[in-house]
Design a protein around this ligand. Structure first.
Ligand code: IPD
Ligand code: CA
Ligand code: CA
Length: 266
C-alpha cells in the first residue's frame, strides 16, 4: 500500500510520466543519427543525448518539486535528506544507443521515505512505456502486465548483463553465466537492466540476474517487477535493495532454483 494520498501519488506519477516522455522524445529523435560519444571508462560510453535527457528530466522535476532530492547517473547532485528521492537513468542501454540497437530506455523511479512508490521505464524507439505505482499493479502502455507462470528452470528464458570492468575484474559474471546457461532454455544479454526487469515483469523473461549494478539501473524496474507479481532478492536470497549492487529478479516460481544455481558458484 502507498503511503501517499491518491492526489499526491497521481501528481508525482504524472511528473514522472511527463519527464520520461519529454526525455524519450530526445532519444527517439536522435536514434540512428550521429551522436557525440565520450568514455567514462575503457568501454563505458556517455553520449550528448544522455546528458540532454538528464537535463530535461531534472528541469521538469525541479520546476514542480524544487525541494526533492535527485540521484542521477551523469551528474553528482548533493542530497538534502528530503523524504522524496527521484532516481534517474537518462539512458539505460547507452552502448545500444551508441550502436543504434533499439533496446534503450529512460528510467525514473521515486522513493518516498525509503519506499519505492513510482517507477517509469520508457523505450521510445519500440514504443514501450512501462509504469507502476505502488499497490496499483504494473502496466505496459495501457495494459496490465504479469510475470510468467513458468515453474521449470529448464523452460526458462533468462536475462543477464556484464559489468563495464569485465576486462579488468574476475568478478565479471562470466562464471555464473557459464554455469547457468547449461541449466535453462536460454540466456539473453539485452544491454539494459531496466528493460531486463520490465521484460521479466511482462512475462518475456522468467528471470534476470546481474552484479555491479547502480541504483538508477534498478529503481524503477524493480518496482515494475514486484507490482507485476515478481520477486527480487540478493544472490544470497535477502530482500532486494536498490542500494545493493546485485539482483536476482524472477517470476517468483523459479526463484529458489535460480538462487541455488548462483550458490553453486559462490
Ligand atoms: C548498463 C545497462 C546494462 C548493464 C550495465 C549497466 P547504462 O547501464 O543497464 O544492461 O549490464 O551494468 O551499467 O550504462 O547503459 O546506463
Ligand atoms: Ca544504466
Ligand atoms: Ca545510463
Amino acid at each position: 500500500m502507498s503511503i501517499l494520498s491518491q492526489t499526491e501519488n497521481e501528481k508525482l506519477f504524472q511528473t514522472a510520466c511527463g519527464a520520461a516522455k519529454q526525455a524519450g522524445m530526445l532519444l527517439k529523435e536522435s536514434f540512428g543519427k550521429h551522436k557525440e560519444i565520450s568514455f567514462k571508462g575503457r568501454i563505458d560510453p556517455v553520449t550528448n543525448v544522455d546528458l540532454q535527457s538528464e537535463e530535461t528530466i531534472i528541469k521538469i522535476i525541479r520546476s514542480r518539486y524544487p525541494e526533492h532530492d535527485i540521484i542521477t547517473e551523469e551528474t553528482d547532485i548533493e542530497v538534502s535528506g528530503s523524504a522524496y528521492r527521484w532516481i534517474i537513468d537518462p539512458i539505460d542501454g547507452t552502448v545500444n544507443f551508441a550502436h543504434d540497437l533499439p533496446f534503450v530506455a529512460v528510467s525514473i523511479g521515486l522513493e518516498v521515505h525509503g519506499e519505492l512508490e513510482i517507477g517509469v521505464v520508457y523505450n521510445p524507439v519500440l514504443g514501450e512505456f512501462f509504469h507502476a505505482q505502488k499497490g496499483k499493479g504494473a502496466f505496459l502502455n495501457d495494459t496490465q502486465i504479469f510475470v510468467s507462470e513458468t515453474v521449470s528452470l529448464e523452460k526458462s528464458l533468462l536475462a543477464t548483463g556484464f559489468p563495464y570492468d569485465i576486462q579488468e575484474s574476475k568478478n565479471n559474471n562470466l562464471s555464473y553465466f557459464n554455469h547457468i546457461i547449461k541449466h535453462v532454455q536460454g540466456v539473453r544479454r539485452i544491454g539494459s537492466a531496466a528493460l531486463d526487469l520490465c521484460y521479466c515483469a511482462s512475462g518475456i523473461f522468467e528471470g534476470f540476474w546481474e552484479l555491479k549494478l547502480s541504483t538508477w539501473d534498478t529503481a524503477a524496474g524493480s518496482l515494475i517487477l514486484t507490482e507485476a507479481g515478481g520477486f527480487a532478492t540478493s544472490f544470497s536470497g535477502e530482500k532486494f535493495s536498490i542500494y545493493e549492487k546485485e539482483i536476482v529478479a524472477t517470476n517468483g516460481k523459479i526463484h529458489k532454483d535460480l538462487l541455488k544455481l548462483l550458490r553453486d558458484i559462490t
